[in-house]
Design a protein around this ligand. Structure first.
Ligand code: ADP
Length: 314
């Protein structure tokens, strides 16, 4: 169990973490979600005793990290996959960690096998790809077989196969009854991995709810095509809805926060012909953007995209 209460971290003028309170329960995966710069890593560092809170408290199994007996056997963390001596092999890196924490050397080969690195255990860690480094970091977190695990953006740098592996692996760790907190800036990825989500923006709590609650809160909108589009827009507005017309060869009327039935009825009452009426739920990413809008540290509009950058890269 992880408990965060009134946790705050101030760096000069920046409130990196601002009065955060939440609990991470065992047996499920809790996703820790927020745009880049939201304060996820800072929160995780404070839970792992690597940073001191300005105020508030973070506990693991009821006590602050520094008071844990045998900390590696109680909590494991992957914060920075590249935190490894480049000239040490994967095996000697883990052996050094194990030896300094009174963990038997045979555990090293066990965790290397668990993360699929046995065949490259003797290779210098400095030559590892980011994906292999992530696996090594996960192996390090598991050395003490802890009941509480924190992974900061563990799928960064993994190929699609690696992402599926990490997702299943993390879910299996939670199914064993462990407490698992996983951070990400991607809601779509977290929706597949996590059961519960803690969403933050600019250091503050935005949502603490199940994945289902958050994804079903995504707004629905209605799209309509009609040869009398302006008349339809006027009638729908008179009924109290907000509308906009998306221009194009076949302009479309979009009504946010609406279901299709009342819009169809408004059209019928006003004898307006419809060529199309459909309703759409906002995508997870749209829901996430709406939730965290205003809390993104550096909001870049189209003008902020360097010239020559393909649209797909934005
Ligand atoms: P996230 O992990 O969600 O991307 P971080 O916790 O890394 O966010 O950062 C939160 C905020 O704190 C950012 O504005 C970041 O620039 C700032 N920050 C993080 N670490 C430091 C530090 N050591 N010194 C100064 N500012 C920091």
């Amino acid at each position: 169990m992880i408990t965060v209460q009134g946790l705050t971290k101030v760096y000069g003028p920046t409130r990196a973490v601002d009065n955060l309170t939440f609990t991470v329960r065992p047996g499920i995966v809790t996703g820790f979600l927020g745009p880049n710069g939201a304060g996820k890593s800072t929160t995780m560092r404070m839970i792992l005793g690597l940073d001191n809170p300005t105020s508030g408290v973070a506990t693991v199994n009821g006590v602050p990290y520094v008071q844990l007996q045998d900390p590696l056997r109680q909590v494991g963390g992957l914060l920075d996959a590249k935190w490894v001596h480049p000239n040490r092999s994967a095996r000697s890196h883990l052996r050094w960690m194990a030896a300094s924490n009174g963990i038997p050397a045979r555990r090293v080969d066990e965790v290397l096998a668990m993360v699929g690195l046995s065949s490259v255990a003797g290779k210098r860690a400095g030559q590892f790809s980011l994906g292999m480094s992530q696996r090594l970091g996960i192996a390090g977190a598991l050395l003490g077989d802890p009941g509480v695990l924190l992974f900061d953006e563990p799928v960064n740098g993994l190929d699609p196969e690696g992402i599926v592996w990490a997702r299943n692996f993390i879910r299996a760790l939670a199914a064993q009854g462990r407490t698992v907190l996983v951070s990400s800036h991607l809601l779509s990825e977290m929706a597949l991995t996590a059961d519960h989500l803690v969403v933050i923006g600019q250091g503050r709590l935005i949502a603490d709810a199940t994945v289902d609650q958050i994804t079903s809160s995504a707004r629905r909108s209605v799209r309509a095509r009609s040869p009398q589009l302006q008349a339809l827009s006027d009638a729908v507005q008179r009924a109290g809805f907000q509308t906009r017309i998306e221009p194009g060869p076949e302009p479309v009327l979009v009504v946010d926060d609406a279901e299709s039935a009342p819009i169809g009825e408004i059209a019928a009452k006003n004898s307006i012909t419809l060529h199309e009426l459909s309703s759409k739920q906002a995508s997870l990413e749209e829901a996430f953007m709406a939730m965290t809008a205003g809390s993104v540290e550096y909001q870049g509009g189209a003008a902020a995209v360097p010239a020559g950058m393909p649209g797909g890269m934005r």
